[in-house]
Design a binder for this molecule. Structure first.
Ligand code: 5GP
Ligand code: ZN
Length: 156
């Protein structure tokens, strides 16, 4: 390949990347890259979605189709396809956020237990390909088996 072709392909790759990703400016002058066509990447800019809580690496929203009252999703600002490809410092940020969100959910919903789950990949039931952790409060008498909890969340 000659120099002209190399330059052409480099420009093409650059333009393709520009189309798929853009920058999102968060508070405290923090800028992150997001995927333009991703539902969960768009949420921090979407004024209509109520953000239940915000943390350094992630935010929390109520699930649009909750399997139980108080079902929330903990979502990193930056796009990662799933937990298994997410850097450890973001995973740690998410774990800390879950501990904090549990306190808020306890105070608001008084549940008797929780299921906390992550689907990694379509085969495992993931329907939105941007990492999210389900935090699902459980209540005495709700009589759901783990299988029912996950089949309900996969039906969305
Ligand atoms: P998954 O099956 O990928 O693990 O879970 C995706 C979850 O995202 C489902 O529980 C679904 O109800 C929720 N969800 C999908 N779209 C939206 C949305 O636009 N807003 C909110 N709040 N939740 C959503
Ligand atoms: Zn995304």
């Amino acid at each position: 390949m000659n120099r002209k072709n190399i330059l052409f392909f480099s420009l093409l790759i650059f333009l393709i990347n520009c189309e798929e990703k853009s920058k999102l400016e968060l508070s405290q002058n923090k800028i992150i890259e997001y995927k333009v066509d991703c539902l969960f990447c768009k949420i921090p800019q979407n004024k209509e979605t109520i953000i239940y809580a915000k943390f350094e690496h992630c935010f929390v929203i109520k699930d649009i189709k909750p399997v139980s009252p108080g079902h929330v999703l903990v979502i990193p600002y930056k796009h990662y396809d799933n937990w298994l490809v997410t850097p450890e410092h973001v995973q740690i940020g998410i774990v800390r956020a879950i501990n904090e969100i549990k306190k808020l959910l306890d105070a608001e919903y008084h549940p008797d237990g929780y299921n906390i789950g992550i689907n990694c990949g379509p085969l495992a039931g993931q329907t939105v390909m941007h990492l999210h952790v389900h935090v699902m409060p459980r209540y005495k008498g709700d009589n759901m088996t783990l299988k029912q909890v996950y089949s309900n969340s996969a039906k969305q």
